[in-house]
Design a protein around this ligand. Structure first.
Ligand code: CP
Ligand code: NVA
Length: 304
């Protein structure tokens, strides 16, 4: 059977995604009840990080341990990847020794090339273009607080970046309307927008985009690798801040999410993470459980 990878949300069908999220909530509940599980006993996950991380590293590493397996942290500084060993050669070798590989890198094509040469499942743990693992946690968190998002409205405020692109994928896979409010010149990928059709709209006004939304989401103005653009982006994104005034325009039961890390005073106001609508801490914690479900699905091929 062909190896399954998770490079974008499109790699799983809508029903597989929904089953995976059910399983993630089950894993969270049983973990909280103190029940142990060894579904991935003796399995190893290789974790390649070419960019920084707190949540992704801790959640994958803790998740493998909680399922009875282990994880290897591989940075380019300490591996031959950082000295120019071809990605395909690295993929063949690493994947011959482990049950799955997780990669956080710059160009999305690097993850695609790695997966094409890999014998075992490859998980995209963030590229310049997509962050699908975060979407699993976001969708799990929404369901746990409010039920299905199907037919609802999500508002994205800010940069048309990797998270925004993954929200466009999510709008298709989870069947919701997505309104994107971003400054001119910072729109998401146009081919992706065209593919999403009427389900996704782009508008320059954050207030208009947030009206009656069920979920409001934002992210940093300058992503990893764009540090030198910080100043220019601070001017361009002026006014694209999620704050209590903006949330007041959304539905009264609307939730607020942010993948974190956050910049208070930029994309969010000072107290926004503690606003009554905010579920950011559950969202961060659910990275752990959503990814445990993903690892079981990809490595074992089943969700029990
Ligand atoms: N949200 C997220 O991926 O966080 P890290 O960069 O800390 O992994
Ligand atoms: N868009 C951000 C997400 C960080 C989790 C970045 O790529 O840096």
């Amino acid at each position: 059977m062909a190896v399954r990878h998770f490079l974008t949300l499109e790699d799983l069908s809508p029903s597989e995604l929904n089953d995976l999220l059910d399983h993630a909530s089950h894993l969270r509940d049983t973990w909280r009840q103190g029940k142990t599980r060894d579904s991935l006993k003796n399995r190893v996950l290789a974790m390649i990080f070419e960019k920084s991380s707190t949540r992704t590293r801790v959640s994958f590493e803790a998740g493998m341990t909680q399922l009875g397996g282990s994880a290897l942290f591989l940075s380019p500084r300490d591996t031959q990847l950082g000295r120019g060993e071809p990605i395909e050669d690295s993929a063949r070798v690493i994947s011959s020794m482990v049950s799955a590989v997780m990669i956080r890198t710059f160009a999305h094509d690097t993850a695609v090339r790695f997966a094409a040469a890999s014998h075992t499942p490859v998980i995209n743990a963030l590229t310049d273009d997509y962050h699908p693992c975060q979407l699993l946690a976001d969708m799990q968190t929404y369901r746990e607080h409010r039920g299905s998002i199907q037919g609802g409205t999500v508002t994205w405020i800010g940069d048309g970046n990797n998270m925004c692109n993954s929200y466009i994928n999510a709008a298709i896979q989870f069947d919701f309307q997505l309104r994107i409010a971003c400054p001119t010149g910072y729109e998401p990928d146009s081919a992706l927008l065209a593919k999403a059709g009427e389900r996704v709209t782009v508008c320059p006004d954050p207030g208009e985009a947030s009206r009656d939304a069920n979920l409001v989401v934002t992210d940093v103005w300058a992503s990893m690798g764009q540090e030198q653009e910080q100043q220019a982006r601070e001017s361009a994104f002026n006014g694209f801040q999620v704050n209590p005034e903006l949330m007041a325009l959304a539905d009264k039961d609307a939730l607020f999410m942010h993948c974190l890390p956050a910049h208070r005073g930029e994309e969010i106001s000072e107290g926004m993470l503690e606003h009554p609508s905010s579920v950011v801490w559950d969202e961060a914690e659910n990275r752990l459980h959503a990814q445990k479900a993903l690892l079981e699905f990809l490595i074992l091929g089943t969700l029990d």
